[in-house]
Ligand binder design. Sequence first.
Ligand code: KIV
Length: 273
Amino acid sequence: MSVHQSSNIKRITTHILQEMKLRGEKISMLTAYDFSMAGIIDAAGIDIILVGDSASNVMAGYETTLPITLDQMIYHATSVVRAVKRAFVVVDIPFGSYQGNSSEALRSAIRIMKESGAHAIKVEGGAEIKESVTRILSAGVPVMGHLGLTPQSIYKFGTYTVRAREEAEAKKLLEDAKLLEECGCFAIVLEKIPASLAKLVAESVQIPVIGIGAGPDVDGQVLVVHDMLGITQEFKPRFLRQYADLRSIMTKAVQDYIDDVKAKDFPKDSESY
Ligand code: KIV
């Protein structure tokens, strides 16, 4: 058994994630948007793969997560699911396909589950989307919540700075976390909030709490894979630990290829038919 795998498990499930919280084993989560990357991450032993709407930024080059469509999310999710053998696959419901209309929320969630084969969906927000969350859960679709800095609301916040530093926002966040748990969500992501508040939330709910920029005292961590591998260039928030500098490695490989082509060194006879 690899040290990168929690045990000899065939498939990660919501039940296993809950057990991991209970025994204090941290949950690892990364994003992926395509077959090749998902295959690498899954084989390495990740617990959860998030098909994040951050695909809008890192795959499509948009400034925010708002433009990505439900069809595009399903395309990414389908590619990821084809590669994954062990990880639990969660898919972001994109902006505009669940807020304010619980029938549409249910339709969107069902489309994601049916067309991609993913295992769960993720929504951003608390009390204001309660009806949509409840409706999706009633259809048997596992739901992961997302509180704190919720990028789909960036134009409401106006900035990507740390959320819930003020008492009123911190209080609402804690209430929202409890509400999402009561509704039946299986986990919650907390993004960019004070570590002390994240710790309080993780201690106050029984379901796993996964942090990004939320300190160490939560039940697991998530990062955007292109950020932690050093493929994205300018995004360097304090919470990001960069585990590789793939951008430099890839740039050098492409430059070497160009040089070889220009120098008529590629292909050689041994690389020809
Ligand atoms: O879309 C995404 O990548 C996310 C993570 C940052 C949690 O929601």
